[in-house]
Design a protein around this ligand. Structure first.
Ligand code: DX5
Ligand code: ZN
Length: 241
């Protein structure tokens, strides 16, 4: 199980420090939310941000493209140093061609879908990707509540991956992940948990937040602030902890 802190919830004026803090806290990947103000009603980063982040961390950069016509941007994000480039199945006019272009660029292709899009929409593309991402909130903003139906959607994609012999494909979940639901996501088959507000808005800081998430998800312990005595991690812990 990997943790991918989303810098969307960090202070944009101090992103290098936010990324380093996540790295010190044992983050596995850095999740970078690219929004264009059209596919989603918010604006964030372009390729230069990916290039500049590439210079401050050795961690994989997990770039989530919430943009129209992602095919027009593949080369620039790949050149900038994206490790994974994930596109929305709703956003591209030719999803197979865009996934092939990502692969050819040297980045690892990912496919994702909005919460209201039927899971069937991504199944034909699983064979062509290294990552499948289940959006567990409507894309566009951090800090939203986890949509519970996402657990069944994770299970459905996990089953589809297994049936196709695609166990190598990472299954990621993004949106509203907290201590209280991390375990359910992993049990449903998720291998990568994205967490924005749970990491960057925890009063104990990113390292402690990552340690708590990792413990809650049932993975390996993290060398960070120790968990407080008598506070055994539990899937039922409230996110406000
Ligand atoms: C939402 C983004 C998410 C967001 C998650 O459109 O794709 O990556 O940062 O933030 P939290 O964890 O706060 O829901
Ligand atoms: Zn995201």
């Amino acid at each position: 199980m990997r943790l991918a802190p989303s810098i969307l919830a960090a202070d944009f004026a101090s992103l290098a420090e936010a990324v380093r803090a996540a790295e010190r806290g044992g983050a596995d990947w850095i999740h970078v939310d690219v929004m264009d103000g059209h596919f989603v009603p918010n604006l964030t980063f372009g390729p230069k941000m990916v290039r500049d982040l590439r210079a401050v961390t050795a961690l994989p950069l997990d770039v989530h493209l919430m943009i129209e016509r992602p095919e027009d941007w593949v080369a620039r994000f790949a050149e900038a140093g994206a490790t994974y480039l994930t596109i929305h199945v709703e956003s591209s006019r030719d999803v197979p061609a865009t996934l092939r272009a990502i692969r050819a660029s040297g980045a690892r292709p990912g496919i994702t879908l909005n919460p209201e899009t039927p899971v069937d929409a991504v199944l034909p593309h699983l064979v062509a990707v290294d990552l499948a991402l289940v959006m567990s909130v409507r894309p566009g903003f951090g800090g939203q509540s986890f949509i519970e139906a996402s657990v069944d959607r994770l299970r459905a994609i996990r089953a589809a991956l297994d049936v196709r012999g695609l166990g190598r494909v990472e299954l990621e979940v993004d949106g509203g992940i907290k201590v209280g639901n991390a375990r359910r996501a992993v049990e449903a088959g998720a291998t990568v948990l994205v967490a924005g507000s749970a990491v960057y808005e925890d009063p104990e800081g990113p390292s402690a937040a990552l340690a708590k998430l990792r413990a809650a998800a049932g993975g390996l312990p993290v060398v960070a602030k120790p968990l407080r005595a008598n506070r055994r991690p539990s899937p039922r812990r409230r996110p406000a902890d």
